[in-house]
Write a protein that binds this ligand. Structure first.
Ligand code: FES
Length: 113
């Protein structure tokens, strides 16, 4: 498990998202109107849309490219069930956005061709 400091939470406007490089991954972090933070993979699994630019409410993000709807808490796609986002634990600590990331289980960087 690696801990990443993403920067001051005040840099992320309420109701918006922003993409951050976290290790080898791009993660979209959203600041809900309640002030809570949510984090999901930044690249839409449908066709690579930029999810940090999507519209959010308290529970979902809508991809800006084809409007698939993903739950911010679970990553499940509500419009195309076989799609899903990875979710990440993110929290605010002393005004900073903090994320703990562990490697994707079952992933294997070895490629064969
Ligand atoms: S790229 Fe996100 S819905 Fe198509």
């Amino acid at each position: 498990m690696t801990t990443y400091r993403l920067g001051p939470v005040d840099e992320l406007p309420v109701g918006e998202g922003r993409a951050y490089a976290v290790g080898d991954e791009m993660v979209a972090v959203f600041r809900l109107r309640t002030g809570e933070l949510r984090a999901v993979s930044a690249v839409c699994p449908h066709a690579g849309g930029p999810l940090a630019d999507g519209l959010i409410d308290a529970k979902v993000v809508i991809c800006p490219l084809h409007q698939h709807v993903f739950a911010l808490e679970t990553g499940h796609c509500q419009t195309t069930p076989h799609l899903a986002l990875r979710t990440y634990p993110v929290r605010e600590e002393s005004g900073q956005m903090i994320m703990n990331v562990s490697p994707v289980s079952g992933s294997d960087s070895t490629t064969t061709s």
